[in-house]
Write a protein that binds this ligand. Structure first.
Ligand code: NAP
Length: 250
């Protein structure tokens, strides 16, 4: 096994970890799915695009002599995390999951916890004005709720309509602050928010704004990664991830 680290990225956390590891003089490949526009400044060694499932990722680990893989993908990117766990197990590659903790429910939060987008869509009352900050791929579950007014926030301008009926689109890649989120919720007369429990500081601003404005949040729980009870060791900070890697590569 070599001394190269693969980071599965697509998150701010993965960029932070990449910088930390490079500063330690480690060889790192950062992998992006290529779903959204890439950050303006990119690391020296990166790759873009899917691997071709578990077997493709296992081949990549072997062919590139990867000494350790860090799954620093978004907490809701469950497929790549499952693939990563399986490919690392198959190839005997040490694996670490680096993911920020979910938001805890705080005093003043009016949350209804739901299992997925379908349950969230079914729970919305007719006539609600709903803010969706879910990413363009997750909107299918809301496509039958033409009795609800939606304001959808996405990172990149959509090339086709996001829903099959009139809706409003806000394009922004964040990070967001509470004042701007409050202003957005008030300007659009939002009565409900559907959010995923992503964790992190930037995305938390809408939750804090909802608390201030007493707006109910349908909070989608994180997906299970493991299907058989196995799990990668997990850390919540780039510093801890870096320490784990240095320990591994010793
Ligand atoms: P997903 O459903 O878990 O993954 C779908 C497929 O995309 C994977 O099977 C894999 O294709 C490819 N893929 C995903 N992440 C990859 C990576 N870092 N490098 C190479 N291939 C990758 O993922 P998703 O929810 O669509 O998210 C895609 C990417 O956007 C992730 O990297 C994630 O970190 C980032 N992101 C996601 C969200 C979100 O809300 N889901 C939010 C912010 C950022 P193959 O099977 O062909 O290998």
């Amino acid at each position: 096994m070599g001394d190269k680290v693969l980071i599965l990225g697509g998150t701010e956390d993965s960029l932070r970890l990449h910088s930390l590891l490079v500063r330690q003089g480690l060889a790192v490949i950062l992998s992006f799915a290529g779903r959204t526009k890439l950050p303006a400044s990119l690391p020296h060694e990166y790759r873009i695009g899917g691997f071709g499932g578990v077997s493709g990722l296992a081949d990549f680990l072997r062919e590139n002599d990867i000494a350790a893989v860090v799954d620093a993908t978004h907490p809701f990117a469950a497929q790549i995390s499952r693939n990563c766990l399986e490919a690392a197990t198959t190839t005997g590659t040490p694996i670490l999951r680096f993911t920020r903790p979910p938001w805890p429910k705080s005093e003043g939060d009016n949350w209804q916890e739901v299992g997925d987008e379908t349950e969230a869509a079914a729970s919305l009352p007719a006539g609600a004005r709903v803010f969706l900050a879910l990413g363009a791929q997750k909107l299918g579950a809301f496509a039958k709720r033409s009795d609800v007014g939606f304001v959808v926030r996405v990172v990149d301008p959509p090339v086709s309509p996001l829903l099959p009926f009139a809706h409003e689109v806000v394009t922004d890649r964040g990070p967001y602050d509470i004042e701007c989120e409050r202003e957005l919720l008030l300007r659009h007369d939002i009565s409900h928010i559907v959010a995923r429990n992503s964790g992190g500081i930037g995305a938390a601003a809408k939750i804090s704004a909802a608390r201030d404005l007493r707006i109910p949040v349908l909070m989608i729980a994180r997906p299970e990664i493991s299907t058989d009870g196995s799990a990668a060791p997990t850390v919540e900070t780039a510093k801890d991830a870096c320490a784990w890697i240095i320990d591994r590569l010793g």
